[in-house]
Design a binder for this molecule. Structure first.
Ligand code: SIN
Length: 482
């Protein structure tokens, strides 16, 4: 396939490129420049219902393919994605403001879920259970759950789609993807690659819309959709969960976080600075697993603040299409307003800005460090989702654990220490789905990604990921004679 053909301005339903029945469209904006990139269909509930019907009709044929056949299509899709890596990354950078180096990384990361589940497809083993009577034989098989819907966020325009749909497609489930209105172009570009990879019509569908709540309602309430996987905010996750109650739909929710990053006095401070930098400023602080609170022990507090501030001052901003640029824009005005509000509140309550604190231009904001942060500040409780790092102080291990767990969220957490006993103690005590120990970047397709408490439930990636798109069926064979 030729390069340069991946900008699509139609939605992809039942193997066709289609507009909204109403003919309405909406514009996709480049957050780095404010320029309009394209206009795509603004679909409504009725359009989505058609996609669900197509997916449901395709289910029987698709689930009857052998696992090896489904695996081969996934593998084609994976190869096509890598072949078009530069073009996909460019589209992603232009519509999301993610810097080019990170967009290139996201294509690899997103594709890795497809490769992983192409392999897992062939290993969806069941069980043979020793029977409880002589004349019976007990077997367990795993089967596709049915049509699966994925509602995905703008911060990972590609990887949050593949992390959800690759296990669904591997399991034999057709998919309907509702990408966010900020980043539909990456979603449509990979739909084109999915079409070329050979998914049968109706198996892979992407619907674009600004009517997120109406579309969400249809995906939750339509009985033909058997599974919904959502990544986004906790308040929206709660609405979706209540809407799914009417059909008792299976649900995976990957929601907000408030990640602590603890630096103990026995840590390698230089390594801790590197870990905090990569975790805090990944996609300009706009990921659910970005550090939100840095907690540093008294004895090393001043040293950490000084070294971390220095490292943050070295981050490079500029044209996001250049591969050496590390800091891009925030996604929109709402994101920018939140960052400013968190800084204003923290400073009013005694925080000291050691670097940054101001707008650069447009949606670009300076990477910012706040020393002397305290627990009464908004930033201690709410995810800032931007380039602001507040640094709190603690005295004892017990206090650090208590501070880290003092939140309704439980997605990612991190800490640095060289004491192996402390590493086990603290890792076990942190109430989080994921813990990075002497490591600031923990996401990979081979490990389970997900949270506890109000960060949601379900796990994505890893050997566990496919189970969320399959049903377990127990079969009891009676009357067996010898
Ligand atoms: C997210 O922010 O939702 C995903 C982050 C990741 O996969 O590392």
């Amino acid at each position: 396939m030729e390069q340069g053909n991946l900008i699509k301005t139609k939605a992809y339903v039942n193997g066709q490129w289609v507009g909204a029945a109403s003919r309405k469209t909406f514009e996709v904006i480049n957050p780095a420049t404010g320029e309009v990139l394209a206009a795509v269909p603004d679909m409504n509930r009725e359009d989505v219902r058609k996609a669900i019907d197509a997916a449901d009709a395709a289910w029987a044929g698709y689930r009857d393919l052998t696992a090896k056949e489904r695996s081969a299509i996934l593998r084609n899709w994976f190869n096509l994605m890598l072949e078009h890596k530069e073009e996909l990354a460019r589209i992603m950078t232009m519509e999301s403001g993610k810097v080019m180096a990170e967009s290139l990384g996201e294509v690899n990361y997103g594709a890795s879920f497809i490769e992983w589940f192409a392999e897992e497809a062939k290993r969806a083993y069941g069980d043979v259970i020793p029977p409880h009577t002589k004349d019976r034989r007990l077997v367990v098989i795993k089967q596709s759950v049915g049509v699966a819907a994925a509602i995905t966020p703008w911060n990972f325009p590609l990887a949050m789609i593949t992390r959800k749909v690759a296990p669904a497609l591997a399991a034999g489930s057709p998919v309907i993807i509702k990408p966010p209105s900020e980043t539909p172009l990456t979603a449509l570009a990979i739909s084109e690659l999915a079409q070329n990879a050979g998914f049968p019509p109706g198996v892979y569908n992407t619907v674009t819309s600004t009517e997120s709540s109406e579309i969400g309602k249809e995906l939750c309430e339509n009985p033909k959709v058997r599974k919904l996987s959502f990544t986004g905010s906790t308040p929206v996750g709660k609405i979706l969960m209540s809407q799914c109650a009417s059909t008792l739909k299976k649900l995976s929710l990957e929601l907000g976080g408030n990640a602590p990053f603890i630096v103990f006095d026995d840590a390698d401070i230089d390594e801790a600075v590197k870990g905090a930098l990569v975790s805090k400023y990944r996609h300009n602080g706009q990921t659910c697993v970005c550090v939100n609170r840095i907690l540093v022990q008294d004895q090393v507090y001043d040293e950490f603040v000084e070294k971390f501030t220095h490292a943050v001052q070295g981050l490079k901003t500029g044209n996001v299409l250049n591969t050496d640029v590390q800091v891009g824009p925030l996604i929109n005005e709402k994101g920018l307003k939140k960052v400013k509000e968190h800084i204003r509140d923290a400073v009013a309550k005694g925080a000291k800005v050691t670097t940054g604190g101001d707008i650069i231009e447009g949606l670009f904001f300076q990477p910012t460090v706040l020393a002397d942060a305290t627990r009464d500040m908004i930033i201690a409780r709410e995810e800032v989702f931007g380039p602001v790092a507040p640094i709190f102080r603690f005295s004892t291990e017990e206090e650090a654990i208590q501070m880290a767990n003092d939140t309704e969220y439980g997605l990612a957490s991190y800490f640095y220490s060289k004491d192996v006993n402390r590493c086990w103690r603290v890792a076990e005590a942190l109430e989080y789905g994921m813990v990075g120990i002497n490591e600031g970047l923990i996401s990979t397709e081979v490990a389970p990604f997900g949270g506890i408490k109000e960060s949601g439930f379900g796990r994505e990636g890893s050997k566990y990921g496919m189970d969320y798109f399959m049903e377990i069926k127990y079969m009891c064979f009676g009357g067996i004679t010898k």
